[in-house]
Write a protein that binds this ligand. Sequence first.
Ligand code: 5GP
Ligand code: ZN
Length: 113
Amino acid sequence: MDCIFCKIAAGQIPAKKVFEDGEIVAFRDINPVAPTHVLIIPREHIETINDLEPGHAAIVGRLHLAARELARQEGLAERGYRLVFNCGPEAGQAVFHIHLHLIGGRKLSWPPG
Ligand code: 5GP
Ligand code: ZN
């Protein structure tokens, strides 16, 4: 499997990990767009949000619970933050292993670009 996020999850290439358990890994984005920019991924290789099935409901929920805890740890719970899944070409998805972006630490504009 030639997937960079599977390799990060497996510890085969380095990343600044901030959380991991048996199902989830979270690590700092290599090209952060804000003071906090963490990617939260399932260990399971799922290419896009389009590939989700009902059996993925628990893992998708757990990605959000991890985001909530990491936002608290980063001091963002009260300030605010953004959670984003990019899906497909027009959203600019570049890595085809689903990842929840946790972005915060500065005022974020809306709508996004
Ligand atoms: P996407 O556009 O697919 O939603 O976001 C992919 C994200 O992964 C980008 O923000 C990019 O900076 C990040 N990224 C790509 N390759 C690596 C890597 O090897 N290590 C880390 N830590 N982040 C990466
Ligand atoms: Zn993968």
